[in-house]
Unconditional design. Structure first.
Length: 458
């Protein structure tokens, strides 16, 4: 019997919602559950996808033979809907498996990394779309060029964000892959950084033998002897296969630079002169090198790459400027790992030299807080002022003795405040800020609109 219904448990996640949209486009009956209503679920409902917010097995499609159930690992296994689907013999797969099946037999271009993958994959998708080459894109954020996390193209090219959480990326077998970073993270899954680097090595070994790996210079992975693809390295300023040179700072944290590339196949070594990105920050120069490398290896014309980089508008919640006026700027960012926070603060210093930067940070996961408390304290110490919220638990149960205070006590700046999120808005009403940024992957996103509206009126 053919597939008619696709049911999602955790449909409001950024990766899940993209797959839901894909199946809706394919003419399937799409519906699902999520714990809470959000901008994403509201958008899905506006597109004709039924979403509910109570754990009710009666809302699953009745015919198990023509129904596929897709779930996110963030959903607890004791959920009634999960148990019902398993007990009744529905076909139940993880999100990563579903994405792997969609990409099988297509030309998959995948971007992996403990940070940087969402912006880089969205940049690649924009280059392919803007150039007329075309692609479908399953993105880990909302593209500000296209206002969606799913692009649908006219060819067999699929650009996918390859998530290392729960080893999800091992479901992908790409033609070209990028590894932006392989730093310690998700140690609740991997146990230690060695196991994480082994998983990245296994992912790289799954690139087809005629394909390419574009790896950040100095990103450590193990098992490279098993990689069948040709390996290239990239950097924003160190000489290697793909790198930037002639970097010139422009007002507002923007840069002009040349992209240098190596000889491969019948193509001679060369450079794309005077590139700029449509979004500020040195980190986005680096992301653009990786994105351009994929486009060059695929065969997209240099002029089209240059034009697309200049017109790239970024991704929601990635150095996302919400308010910008003389004397006050409010920016939101998804950073939830110490290295991401450090990179974001460096970018802010480039964009706003000499100005006071205040940050609101919500730690994400008890285990990540425990494992990186010292690193978080160091990265947050680069702010001028810190407002630290309680931990967002996501999928985890509390760990005894692990609270935001273990970070707070280690932060070596004098202007710092520890708050429950319920008290945040009242606290902000008493303050005057120069540059304000919100950081985090949890429900700190619920505060973006209230903070924006409050300071728009100020």
């Amino acid at each position: 019997m053919s597939l008619e219904n696709v049911y999602f448990i955790g449909i409001g996640g950024i990766g899940m919602s993209a797959i839901a949209r894909y199946y809706k486009h394919r003419g399937k009956n799409v519906s699902g559950y999520d714990k809470t209503e959000s901008h994403l679920t509201d958008k899905l409902e506006s597109e004709g996808i039924k979403v509910h917010y109570e754990d009710d097995p009666d809302l699953l499609p009745k015919n198990k033979e023509n129904t596929l159930v897709i779930y996110t690992p963030a959903v607890p296994s004791d959920m009634k809907e999960m148990q019902y689907a398993a007990d009744r013999g529905y076909r139940v797969v993880k999100r990563s498996r579903a994405l792997g099946e969609i990409t099988r037999g297509e030309t998959c271009l995948a971007v992996a990394g403990t940070h940087g993958k969402t912006t880089t994959s969205t940049m690649i998708a924009h280059i392919f779309t803007s150039s007329g080459t075309g692609c479908s894109g399953f993105l880990g954020g909302i593209s500000k060029n296209y206002h969606t996390n799913l692009l649908l193209g006219h060819n067999d090219v699929i650009i996918a964000e390859a998530d290392e959480f729960d080893r999800s990326f091992l479901q992908l077998f790409p033609h070209i892959a990028v590894i932006t970073s392989a730093d310690a993270d998700h140690l609740d899954i991997y146990g230690n950084i060695g196991a994480l680097r082994e998983a990245f090595g296994q992912f790289a070994s799954q690139i087809d033998s005629g394909g390419f790996l574009v790896k950040k210079k100095n990103a450590m992975i193990t098992g490279t002897e098993k990689i069948k693809a040709r390996i290239f390295e990239y950097s924003y300023d160190e000489k290697c296969d793909f790198y930037a040179s002639g970097i010139k700072a422009l007002p507002g944290g923007y840069f002009k630079f040349d992209i240098n590339y190596p000889a491969f196949g019948e193509k001679k070594a060369g450079s794309i002169k005077d590139c700029t990105t449509g979004i500020p920050g040195m980190i986005n120069v680096e992301n653009s090198i990786a994105a351009a490398a994929v486009a060059i290896l695929y065969g997209i014309d240099a002029k089209e790459i240059k034009k697309a980089l200049a017109t790239f508008s970024g991704v929601e919640r990635r150095l996302d400027v919400k308010i910008s006026r003389p004397g006050f700027t409010y920016i939101d960012d998804y950073a939830h790992h110490p290295k991401e926070i450090s990179a974001a603060i460096r970018s802010l210093r480039e964009m706003f030299p000499g100005r006071k930067i205040s940050g609101i940070f919500q730690p994400h996961l008890y285990s990540r807080t425990r494992d990186f408390a010292n690193d978080f304290a160091d990265s947050l110490g680069a702010l001028d002022e810190l407002i630290l919220l309680d931990i967002y638990p996501a999928r985890e149960k509390p760990i005894p003795g692990i609270t935001s205070k273990i970070i707070f006590d280690k932060v070596k700046i004098t202007e710092k405040t520890l708050l429950n999120k319920e008290n945040l808005m009242d606290f902000l009403k008493t303050k005057k800020f120069d540059i304000l940024i919100t950081f985090g992957a949890g429900n700190i996103s619920d505060f973006i609109d209230p903070i924006t509206k409050m300071f728009e009126k100020a």
